[in-house]
Ligand binder design. Structure first.
Ligand SMILES: Cc1ncc(COP(=O)(O)O)c(C=O)c1O
Length: 368
């Protein structure tokens, strides 16, 4: 067949590289002809779907012939009550990824600059690129966001500054005092995008909470998600909190029905499922402790985490160790695409999954 003539593809779109997500369990099992593989690669909640969210979705099923409530009234009302905000300060998204996309589409014109740490969550660079913007990256310092350097990197064409707290992939977090200090250095005309995908896991009370900064003179948009602490990654529901002027723009840019009936119902129920949330924190914090103890026994350096995953330094064999773990049915995340080739990122799983990972890691490393 002859090649079809397409309209010219803009160079920034042609240059896009598809996002490489963690390998799905089913794919690994198909490839290796094994069963019972475990995935500790995408920072998902290992406890399954909250029973309350399941009930709410079951109840909503017969009504799927209708379009969803485009305003997401019930979920936004529940979020407004939870955070003491007006509904106008809240935008729902098809995952918090969509909030990143809406911000880029709304505020970046070709040539505009966005800032983020390096390494950082890969979707920032991708969505900035799609919008025709440029991303300037500021290296982490001691595995922590370098807020002073980020503030210094702001140029007149800078529109968005992405700060991720706790940070993916490092798992480190900055304090309320550090964030307050950073905001004093942000000039007018810049939106600070505070990505709090993992904030619920932060056990250190000093860690900054974006909801404390929504009245700040600097516009701060806080992004949160139901994908991690609330266990709904497969459903795609997240939200942005911010000044009404910014949220109003995002509402105009978004598709009218960007979140589904099921996602809205499950999100509302998951928010109220305190038992599921409490269990999630308990499993995560215990899992991190067990990982740390294991790494210390094996003489491996790790970065203490405020999230539900941890970076561990394996050394030059990191990629080979990850491949061997894969062959043994344990999926963890290689960090070469994050410029940390000696590291692996491991998400906390169920206690028995963590044990299996630690046993296999010890066996592989012991084999030298
Ligand atoms: C730092 C960070 N931000 C945002 C997201 C996106 O989450 P969502 O599932 O809500 O789109 C992730 C998901 O892994 C993440 O790690």
């Amino acid at each position: 067949m002859s090649k079809r003539n397409l309209p010219p593809v803009p160079p920034e779109i042609e240059a896009l590289v598809p996002y490489k997500p963690g390998k799905p369990i089913e794919e690994l099992e198909r490839e290796l002809g094994i069963s019972g593989a475990i995935k500790l690669a995408s920072n998902e909640n290992p406890l399954g779907t909250s029973p309350k969210a399941q009930e709410a979705m079951a109840k909503a099923l017969p009504g799927l012939n209708r379009y969803p409530d485009g305003a997401g009234f019930e979920l936004r009302q529940a979020l407004a009550a939870r955070y003491g905000l007006a509904q106008e300060q809240i935008v729902l998204g098809n995952g918090s990824n969509e909030i990143i996309e809406l911000l880029c589409r709304a505020f970046l014109r070709p040539g505009d600059l966005a800032l983020a740490a390096s390494p950082s969550f890969l979707m920032y660079s991708k969505l900035v690129q799609v919008a025709g913007g440029r991303l300037k990256e500021v290296p982490l310092k001691d595995y922590r966001l370098d807020l002073a350097a980020l503030a210094e990197a702001i140029e007149p064409s800078t529109k968005l500054v992405f700060v991720n707290n706790p940070d993916n992939p490092a798992g480190t977090a900055f304090s309320k005092a550090e964030f307050s200090e950073f905001l004093t250095k942000v000039p007018e005309g810049v939106i600070v995008v505070l990505d709090e995908a993992y904030i619920e896991f932060a056990s250190d009370p000093e860690v900054a909470q974006g909801t404390d900064f929504l009245d700040h003179q600097v516009p701060v948009v806080v992004m949160r998600t139901f994908s991690k602490a609330y266990g709904l990654a497969g459903l795609r529901i997240g939200f942005g909190l911010g000044p009404v002027e910014v949220m109003d723009i995002l509402h105009r840019v978004r598709q009218p029905f960007n979140t589904s009936i099921l996602a809205q119902a499950a999100g509302t129920a998951a928010l109220a499922d305190e038992e599921f949330f409490r269990k999630t924190m308990e499993v995560t914090w215990q899992g991190l402790k067990d990982f740390y103890a294991c790494f210390e026994r094996l003489g491996l350096t790790y970065v203490p985490s405020q999230a539900n995953f941890v970076l561990v330094q394996i050394g030059p064999r990191a990629s080979a160790v990850a491949d061997e773990l894969l062959r043994r049915g344990v999926i963890v995340r290689k960090m070469a695409s994050y410029d940390l080739p000696e590291f692996l990122r491991v998400s906390v799983g169920l206690p028995q999954e963590n044990r299996r990972f630690m046993d296999e890691l010890q066996a592989i490393i012991g084999e030298g």
